[in-house]
Design a protein. Structure first.
Length: 233
């Protein structure tokens, strides 16, 4: 069994200080920005993913320690370990991972952390269960829980289950934050990959009132003529 300290040592050994300024700017860590106070040490995602696979048997209690770290890459390592564990877990273990994930949403506090884990853990656990928790998350006051709600449906879309994505998109349709607009538009675009006609029906009654960012993401794969039509208010 591995410990949080071992994972931290491996992550810090891979740190590249030369990347810190770029990452801090890209993930908006400045005062008043969505990633305020997030600390980067400069470890690329593929490296974190590789380290996570080496420490896949780390107990959930140890991963929870990492989730509370102020260092972004350490929280990511914990989440990627949880994703890897979820793939091989039995039902009680999956329930434990899911519950731990939802107990730490305040620590899953940047868009990349959500996008690398929400579909696999939250979507994976709820796929054949009651989907009501996603609607509670979508109505949360916490930005990251709202993003988790919509991104969690990603793997359902891949299997052709589109209803929840569209229902959640309706709930988030007038959201004021760019990160939710982009995530919702992204998931709508994924819906269009599976069923373009259904996406068009959804857009036809909403495109005039949708935030432009959300709409641009949703219609990114459309023809120039189709995009022009939908971008007209």
């Amino acid at each position: 069994m591995h410990t949080a300290q071992e994972i931290e040592k491996a992550i810090r050994a891979a740190a590249d200080p030369g990347r810190v300024k770029t990452l801090s700017g890209f993930f908006k860590t400045g005062e008043g920005q969505y990633g305020e106070n997030d600390i980067f040490i400069g470890v690329p995602v593929p490296v974190i993913r590789s380290i996570a696979k080496q420490y896949i048997d780390t107990p959930l209690a140890e991963l929870s320690i990492l989730l509370h770290s102020p260092v972004h890459e350490l929280r990511m390592a914990a989440l990627l370990c949880m994703v890897e564990q979820f793939k091989k877990a039995d039902e009680p273990q999956r329930a434990a991972l899911y519950n731990a994930y939802l107990a730490h949403t305040a620590c899953i506090n940047n868009w990349d952390l959500v996008d690398l884990s929400a579909s696999q853990i939250v979507g994976g656990y709820l796929e054949h269960r009651d989907h009501a928790p996603l609607y509670r998350l979508a109505k949360s006051q916490l930005l990251w829980e709202q993003r988790i709600a919509i991104v969690a449906t990603w793997q359902w879309i891949r299997r052709g289950h589109l209803d929840d994505t569209l229902a959640l998109a309706d709930l988030l349709l007038h959201h004021e934050h760019d990160l939710i607009r982009k995530a919702t538009g992204w998931m709508l675009r994924e819906v269009g990959k599976k069923d373009k006609a259904r996406l068009c029906r959804f857009l036809d009654t909403r495109y005039r009132q949708m935030p432009r960012t959300m709409l641009r993401y949703a219609i990114e794969r459309f023809t120039p003529e189709e995009r022009k039509h939908y971008m007209q208010k």
